[in-house]
Design a protein around this ligand. Structure first.
Ligand code: CP
Ligand code: NVA
Length: 312
């Protein structure tokens, strides 16, 4: 079993993963089930990372396993060894692969050729570990002792800024998978691309989402206002054009005032205050960005435990 996109866990599995994350969080200081005892999980990263790298390394360690960090350029993959050979070799040594890279096809190919679980730790297309942690962060506020996953049903997320980036795509898939509504808002020329539209269509979700260039329309009735960097990793050459096109989409305190009165502000981080979000919004009491960051750890432990215990 792999976790390459949001829908790789069925609704029933996602429910169990959320419950498991809640348990890992609650019992972190008292109970540490060693579900990865004796295992080594390789982490192949072709892009920078603070949260994903550290939360996976700490999480694997706390589950009794050994994380093995491999920057892409330190292994032969960075010198042109094929993905197929890398997957077949590493599968002889390690119990799972956690991969941050550019093209979604690279994680799919590792999964195809390897014989161990592969986790998508961010591609240009998707960031599923982040969305699961984010949705859990909302569910722990909304569930009120009831079912975590069910508490998301019917809630609206407004995503603003780079509407064609991995986080916008992951919200499109994640929100639909979790029964939420999503409004994606950004400038013309940066809309969600054909790859995510194909995934939405495949799941029967193509017509269910709002796309708009009007931030006020997007945040109206929203329970969550979410943004991400305007220049994702790999897009640095387009910086000047992107900053100009996306300037009208900054999340300001005034825009937050147009959402529901109890709406949360979320950001996967790293944040660039003064660009995609006004500095004061990051510090609002309704900003839950650091809870999101913390929950990456608990959610990733739940994801790893689920994959490690799944039948091969
Ligand atoms: N949110 C997130 O994935 O952060 P990093 O790039 O620091 O891992
Ligand atoms: N969209 C951003 C997310 C970083 C966590 C990027 O890909 O750089």
């Amino acid at each position: 079993m792999h976790f390459l996109q949001e829908t790789d866990f069925s609704t029933a599995q996602a429910r169990a993963v959320f419950n498991s994350a809640e348990k890992f969080k609650r019992l972190r200081s008292t109970e540490r089930p060693a579900v990865l005892a004796g295992q080594t999980w390789a982490m192949i990263f072709a892009k920078s990372s603070t949260r994903t790298r550290v939360s996976f390394e700490v999480g694997i360690h706390e589950l009794g396993g050994n994380p093995l960090f491999l920057s892409k350029n330190d292994i032969q993959l960075g010198r042109g060894e094929s993905i197929a050979d890398t997957a077949r070799v590493l599968s002889r040594y390690v119990h799972g692969l956690i991969v941050r890279t550019f093209d979604q096809s690279e994680v799919e190919e590792l999964a195809k050729w390897g014989t161990v679980p592969v986790v998508n730790a961010l591609t240009d297309l998707l960031h599923p570990c982040q969305i699961y942690a984010d949705a859990f962060t909302l569910a722990e506020r909304w569930a009120q002792g009831g079912d975590l996953l069910d508490s998301l049903r019917g809630r609206k997320v407004a995503f603003l800024g780079d509407a064609g980036c991995n986080m916008a795509n992951s919200w499109l898939l994640g929100a639909n998978h979790f029964g939420m509504q999503v409004s994606v808002c950004g400038p013309k020329g940066y809309e969600p691309g054909p790859a995510v539209q194909a995934l939405l269509a495949k799941n029967g979700w193509a017509g269910r989402n709002q796309y708009t260039t009007d931030p006020r329309e997007a945040v109206a009735g929203a329970d969550v206002v979410y943004t991400d960097v305007w220049v994702s990793m790999g897009k640095e050459a387009e910086s000047a054009d992107r900053l100009k096109a996306m300037a009208p989409y900054q999340v300001t305190a005034a825009l937050m005032g147009q959402a529901k009165p109890d709406a949360y502000f979320m950001h996967c981080l790293p944040a660039y205050a003064g660009k995609e979000v006004a500095a004061e919004v990051l510090e609002l009491p309704r900003s839950i960005v650091f809870d999101q960051a913390e929950n990456r750890l608990h959610m990733q432990k739940a994801i790893l435990a689920t994959l490690a215990q799944a039948p091969r």
